[in-house]
Design a protein around this ligand. Structure first.
Ligand code: AMP
Ligand code: FE
Ligand code: FE
Ligand code: ZN
Length: 274
């Protein structure tokens, strides 16, 4: 089985890199892409245990970018991970912008009457503390009953606690991925706020290589639509569960939500062939 979208404790997943490698073994995943938000730290740490267990790791990353005023997730896959030094220094800026946002997010949430501190959030998220860790904190403090409610009431782009974050432009992020010889894939297109068919020519002109047609949040009809659009626009196809461990317990590595994910075995060969 192949799964090209997963998160570790290096971002907002709950499995450490080594635990994720073990989980891949249990789940029957033999090619695993680690795509933590804005960091390669989980991938780097997973390499030694993956080598020991014979798991093929794909170096990946998930970036939050701005497209037409909205946040859009972009996946980068680096099949030659020796070309990454420039990219690794670029993402330090992204990490700094998240830290700076977190300071303002704490201030905003306190303004709304929530008694929380940056230290408490960081105790849950470490170096890559993000909104999912704030969501867990709000649950633990009893302000909401689930992480989803935390997003709906406070943290989502449309919610009252939302504060903006400096995010790279979609096209700029693609440029950085391509400069590092990577493949840029549009993550979970179902979450786009715009019609994909309408904006695909623009995304392709910006250098997009692929669409994540297979994803745990996609219905069979949506997957079919994204496969068709990819073929029409001569884009590659990627796929993955978006496994976050206990942070999204209904999603399983390799098989998605209730087994709704079935990623074709020749996906990697097609990506390698470009
Ligand atoms: P951050 O990068 O810190 O802004 O957090 C972004 C992460 O929060 C995303 O990668 C998602 O995992 C999660 N997220 C964002 N919006 C929502 C939402 N409305 N509901 C649930 N999770 C969300
Ligand atoms: Fe996430
Ligand atoms: Fe995402
Ligand atoms: Zn993800």
């Amino acid at each position: 089985m192949i799964d090209l979208h997963s998160h570790t404790t290096a971002s907002d997943g709950t499995y450490s890199p080594a635990e994720l490698v073990d989980e891949a073994g249990r789940a029957g995943v033999h090619i695993l892409g680690i795509t933590d938000h804005d960091t390669f730290s989980g991938y780097d740490q997973a390499r030694p245990p993956a080598r020991l267990s014979g798991l093929e790791l794909v170096c990946g990353i998930e970036l939050s970018t701005k497209l037409h005023g909205h946040s859009v997730h972009l996946l980068g896959y680096f099949l030659e991970d020796d070309k990454l030094s420039g990219f690794r220094s670029w993402i330090l800026d992204l990490q700094a912008s998240r830290r700076e946002r977190n300071i303002r997010l704490v201030a905003r949430l306190r303004e709304l009457g929530l008694d929380i501190t940056l230290e408490e959030a960081q105790a849950r998220g470490g170096e890559m503390t993000g909104r999912p860790h704030f969501a867990r904190l709000l649950v633990e403090k009893g302000y909401v009953s689930s992480p989803q409610q935390a997003f709906d009431e406070y943290l989502d782009e449309s919610a009252k606690g939302y504060v903006t974050r400096r995010e790279p432009d979609f096209a700029e992020a693609i440029r950085h991925i391509r400069d590092a010889h990577g493949i840029a894939s549009l993550a979970h297109p179902v979450r786009l706020r715009e019609d994909l068919a309408a904006i695909l020519p623009e995304l392709r002109a910006a250098g997009l290589n692929a669409i994540e047609a297979y994803h745990s949040d996609h219905s069979p009809a949506q997957t079919e639509l994204y496969l068709r659009l990819a073929a029409q626009h001569r884009l590659l196809v990627t796929g993955g569960s978006d496994f976050h461990g206990a942070a999204k317990p209904e999603i399983r590595l390799g098989t998605g939500r209730g087994g709704n994910l079935l990623i074709p075995e020749d996906l990697m060969e097609r990506l390698r062939a470009g």
